[in-house]
Design a protein around this ligand. Sequence first.
Ligand code: 8Z2
Ligand code: NDP
Length: 293
Amino acid sequence: MFDAAVLQGKRILVTGGGTGLGKEMAVGFAAHGAHVYICGRRKEVLDLAVAEIRERSRGQADALIANVRDPDSIEAMMSAIWADGPLTGLVNNAGANFLAPTESLSPRGYEAIRSTVMDGSFYASVACGKRWIAAGLPGVIISNLVTWVWTGSAYVVPAAMAKAAVHAMTMSLAVEWGPKGIRVNAIAPGPFPTEGAWDKLNPLAETGVGATQADEVPLRRFGKMDELRNLLIFLMSDGCSYITGDTISIDGGHHLAAPSTFAGLAKLSPADWQRAREAIQASVRKEKETRSI
Ligand SMILES: CCCCCCCCC/C=C/C(=O)SCCNC(=O)CCNC(=O)[C@H](O)C(C)(C)COP(=O)(O)OP(=O)(O)OC[C@H]1O[C@@H](n2cnc3c(N)ncnc32)[C@H](O)[C@@H]1OP(=O)(O)O
Ligand SMILES: NC(=O)C1=CN([C@@H]2O[C@H](COP(=O)(O)OP(=O)(O)OC[C@H]3O[C@@H](n4cnc5c(N)ncnc54)[C@H](OP(=O)(O)O)[C@@H]3O)[C@@H](O)[C@H]2O)C=CC1
């Protein structure tokens, strides 16, 4: 879909790029000419991921250990990267989440998710942004959100709240940093099964509902990693130079068919629809009989 050199010369950090969606994005960036950096909290996982990214992309990849919940750890990572040259792009991808009834969450449980998603995205964005601004360089920030920024979601309330905060950051920084040549966008994926997410969000047969079910997606399937890569490569490329401040869904229409909509009516037969129509019309007739004008 893209020229193999479309990201030549780019230097892109993907937080949480040692696993799941972040690793898949990193493969796409590196295969299209970028030097990718990934970070996370597990050295062995990162080392294996770097080897895999290099092999699958035939491109350049390096890893740094960093905890996005800790601003000092982010600063140390950025200093180490900048010592070899400035980044051109950042993907705020590191995330944390688990299913839990909200009334059961302790302050520490809430804090673990909020600090990873909201604080981590803020600290990493500012660490890059201040360096780009000081050097008069352009830059691109993309945050990996979820469609809950529009719909919310029960049983994952801290994650929905924190992602919504990063959605607000995206719109706000796009305006503040636009005049400095920094584009700030986000993506809102629907279900792309990964071990990390499914372990936390679909741990039992009984937890397989709506959010993690392919048959609730209008396109009737999960997302594919190539589809995710195509969007990320485009958003990161110079060809995307007039898009900023946007959060783009990539979910097969999932959030538009959310449980809060009438999506479940897909199961009605033509005979059911006929009975529904008769019932509605009967109600309208009854109301009409009592109209005064
Ligand atoms: C549209 C559809 C798209 C389809 C669906 C896809 C949706 C995508 C949206 C987002 C998805 C993701 O981010 S998926 C990414 C999933 N990957 C991850 O989560 C990786 C990172 N996760 C982690 O680091 C850990 O899992 C996490 C627990 C969050 C933090 O680890 P820590 O070591 O910091 O924390 P711990 O000390 O273990 O725990 C901190 C507190 O949290 C509490 N806690 C931990 N697990 C708990 C649980 N299950 N229920 C209640 N409370 C829990 C503990 O009791 C502690 O509180 P006290 O008892 O008070 O001390
Ligand atoms: N899979 C899906 O269907 C969807 C996923 N998303 C988003 O995609 C992103 C990736 O999720 P996914 O790949 O599925 O899940 P993973 O669990 O595989 O990815 C999460 C990554 O974040 C890293 N991470 C977590 N906490 C920290 C931290 N404090 N500092 C540094 N790195 C950290 C983890 O590494 P480590 O633990 O080693 O630090 C891990 O590599 C998340 O933001 C998620 O919300 C959005 C919508 C749908």
